[in-house]
Design a protein around this ligand. Structure first.
Ligand SMILES: Cc1cc2nc3c(=O)[nH]c(=O)nc-3n(C[C@H](O)[C@H](O)[C@H](O)COP(=O)(O)OP(=O)(O)OC[C@H]3O[C@@H](n4cnc5c(N)ncnc54)[C@H](O)[C@@H]3O)c2cc1C
Length: 403
């Protein structure tokens, strides 16, 4: 009884780790030469530094991601400050403040502002974030909006309010201890991918890189065989299971009549070499400009903009100019000239998390008895994030274990 997992992103790897932990025979097939998918690090020739494809942040209340890190021995690779505190800068007027869970975080915000988050719990299926919050309030502009945009990677006028509620319950709903930020100290691969691959290797799980699944040959009620781009063919035995943990657009080409979410939102990341070593693990939320989050690792400052569909249309040079000016303000670098940099546009960073697209997320089980779906775009009950991807992998693994 073999489980074939297609895709070595977080969904595929979390399924593989969970199943192999239960003694299940597993083999992973990955199209790229490396694991991690959208959550990985690589050596950048321009910067001559190892960077992440995009900054990723977790919260300590992300229970599935934390369980995954614990299972692969990666928890220590995460920087988690003792305090749940989020420093912010207003790029319009230079004001700086810290958001801490509690009701005293932001001048001008009332108790009602904080309690407005509870409205997410009763949001209708079609309500957007902008429908639920009073968007004229300072706390919305200075905290809820940046938080919701970075979690849902969708503008607040379009983003599904209901999808934010499980996040709020997992984190703010459980107090300050569940709201501590978590950032990979060295890199995403070093935290989330390499330890998982090492655990799988130790357990004898084979991970085949450069093995793209080209087609699934379906029998009447079952997936019958796998055809790979290198012409390898794998017949699935009667007891074998297939977990398809590829992105939505790839799954749509492999599974007939799937109709998964088909709208995507971009994330832009700008990585800039600093004149000198910065303060490691320093991060900053920004409002009133283009940049949304800034992270410093060594002498590299990395800026993230979610739901960046307007920005993505600009040239890399224009984006660099805009972002570097904001990095200089944030890190008080004066008018330091822009040095070596790299702009990464992820045009399909996640699915659009609007009510209409969220309704298209498929369940783990399919009409083929041995085909399960995983991935941040499937119905995990959570947004398309690390947490959602890991949860989807666990859901698929648990279906295998149960059957
Ligand atoms: C720039 C950026 C910033 C982000 N920031 C955050 C953040 O701060 N916090 C957060 O929680 N989340 C963040 N996310 C989202 C998070 O990265 C994703 O939700 C998660 O990595 C998705 O994992 P996955 O396994 O579902 O998909 P993927 O990572 O896309 O993995 C799918 C894998 O399948 C492989 N594959 C595809 N087709 C085939 C095929 N035919 N055969 C074999 N293999 C195939 C791919 O190569 C890939 O390795 C961010 C994403 C991006 C892009």
């Amino acid at each position: 009884m073999m489980v074939h997992i297609i895709g070595a992103g977080l969904a595929g790897l979390s399924a593989a780790v969970r199943l192999s932990d239960r003694g299940q025979s597993v083999v992973v097939h990955e199209a790229a030469a490396h694991g991690g998918g959208r959550c990985r690090s690589f050596y950048d020739e321009t910067l001559e530094r190892r960077i992440d494809n995009g900054n990723h942040m977790l919260l300590s209340g992300n229970m599935y991601a934390m369980a995954y890190l614990r299972a692969i021995g990666g928890l220590d690779t995460l920087y988690q400050p003792e305090q749940a505190a989020f420093p912010f800068l207003d790029l319009e007027n230079g004001a700086r403040w810290q958001i801490r869970p509690g009701f005293n975080a932001l001048p001008g915000a009332s108790l009602l502002d904080y309690l407005s988050i509870l409205k997410l719990a009763w949001a209708s299926e079609n309500a957007t974030i902008a429908d639920v919050f009073d968007t004229t309030r300072p706390l919305f502009r200075n905290f809820w909006q940046p938080l919701c945009v970075s979690v849902l990677n969708t503008p607040v006028e379009v983003a599904a309010a209901r999808l934010m509620w499980p996040v709020v319950k997992q984190t703010f709903g459980r107090g300050a201890a569940a709201c501590r930020p978590g950032i990979a100290k060295l890199g995403l691969s070093e935290s989330f991918i390499d330890p998982a691959l090492a655990v799988l290797e130790k357990r004898g799980v084979r991970v085949h890189f450069n093995q793209r699944l080209r087609a699934i040959n379906f029998a009447e009620k079952q997936a019958g065989a796998l055809s790979f781009a290198d012409d390898a063919e794998v017949a699935l035995g009667a007891d074998d299971t297939l977990i398809l943990a590829v992105p939505a657009e790839a799954a749509a080409t492999l599974v007939p009549d799937l109709n998964p979410p088909d709208k995507f939102r971009s994330i832009v990341n700008g990585h800039f070499l600093l004149p000198e070593h910065g303060e490691d693990n320093n991060f900053l939320g920004m409002v009133g400009g283009v940049s949304q989050w800034l992270f410093v690792r060594g002498d590299v400052a990395s800026v993230t903009i979610s739901a960046a569909d307007d920005l993505v249309a600009k040239s890399a040079g224009d984006i660099a100019k805009i972002l570097w000016a904001e990095v200089c303000t944030a890190l008080q670098l004066g008018d330091a000239p822009v040095g070596r940099h790299r702009i990464i546009k992820e045009k399909r960073a996640t699915i659009e998390q609007s009510p209409e697209q969220v309704r298209l997320r498929p369940a783990t089980r399919t009409r083929w008895s041995n085909l399960l779906l995983a991935g941040d775009w499937t119905q995990s009950g959570l947004p398309a994030t690390i947490e959602g991807a890991v949860r989807s992998g666990h859901l698929a693994a648990d279906c295998v274990v149960r059957s």
